[in-house]
Design a protein around this ligand. Structure first.
Ligand code: OAD
Length: 249
């Protein structure tokens, strides 16, 4: 199926000439790599509550349950490969003078595809962080001596280096994402339900700052009414067509 890129066509030459493009991605971009999204049918939050698995309280109450959930997800992430959407975004970086990927995903698939420096808003599941001293290390492979594993420096419990509900986003990537949104000429929001703050506010921030805002998602989201154009199909189709239109090989 070919995608009609008409709404984006007026901006292609500006982007080639160096006007900044920003792309905010969510779980829908990795869905075609076989990783489940969070919301909707088959999503991670269907049949289990985020409050029981992805909050500091849940970790304090039942760290073993939380660890089992993240180990299960890590196994999926380790087995996943970038799909055409990740690859097209990486190719775009080679032809566009100024392009930034901002992601809510914790799976590292943008880097695996070749994106040089995606801004990770929610951390990365393939790292551990000590809940005591804060030391960050590559994720320890299971099986562990103890579950949850403990920090080799201070013996406090390790946790995945991701943002949980109720936690503040890491400051440096968040400020960089805000500045990127404010400075962008075109802002694409791809594969996210746009319901989780503060990432969900970036599209609005970009639009208010003068960016042309577009959504790529098979389903409508709360952001859609603010967008100049929407593409109601998969991330891989749209991003592949977009990369081709911009001359990415
Ligand atoms: P969601 O699961 O909320 O939304 C995924 C979106 O992707 C949905 O709107 C789908 O319609 C869309 N989608 C599905 N397949 C797609 C495809 N092939 N191409 C394009 N879009 C597709 O995931 P996020 O919005 O990323 O945070 O969720 C935001 C945050 O909520 C996550 O980072 C995570 C979660 O709880 C934390 O854990 C802190």
């Amino acid at each position: 199926m070919s995608v009609d890129l008409a709404p984006l066509v007026p901006y292609l030459s500006d982007l080639r000439a160096g006007r900044p493009l920003a792309v905010l991605t969510g779980a829908g971009v990795s869905a075609e790599s076989g990783l489940p999204t969070f919301r909707g049918a088959g999503g991670l939050w269907e049949g289990q509550r985020a409050e029981d698995l992805a909050t500091p309280d849940a970790f304090a109450r039942d760290p073993v349950r939380v660890w089992r959930f993240y180990e299960w997800r890590r196994e999926k992430v380790r087995a996943a490969r970038p799909n055409e959407a990740h690859l097209a975004l990486a190719r775009l970086e080679e032809v566009l003078p100024r392009m930034t990927v901002i992601t809510q995903n914790v799976d590292g698939l943008h880097q695996a595809a070749g994106s040089r420096r995606p801004i990770e808003l929610h951390g990365n599941i393939l790292r551990d962080r000590c809940s005591g001293c804060g030391t960050v290390t590559p994720a320890a492979p299971a099986p562990f001596e103890t579950l949850p594993p403990r920090c080799s420096l201070c013996a406090a419990l390790l946790r995945p280096d991701v943002v949980w509900f109720g936690e503040i986003l890491p400051a440096a990537p968040w400020h960089e994402a805000e500045a990127t949104a404010e400075g962008s000429a075109v802002f694409l929001v791809v594969g996210t339900s746009s319901v989780v703050a503060p990432a969900s506010s970036l599209g609005l921030l970009a639009a208010r700052s003068g960016a042309h805002l577009f959504e790529v998602n098979p389903e409508a989201t709360p952001l859609a009414p603010l967008a100049e154009g929407v593409f109601r199909t998969s991330a891989s189709e749209v991003m592949t067509a977009f990369a081709k239109a911009l001359g990415a090989r």
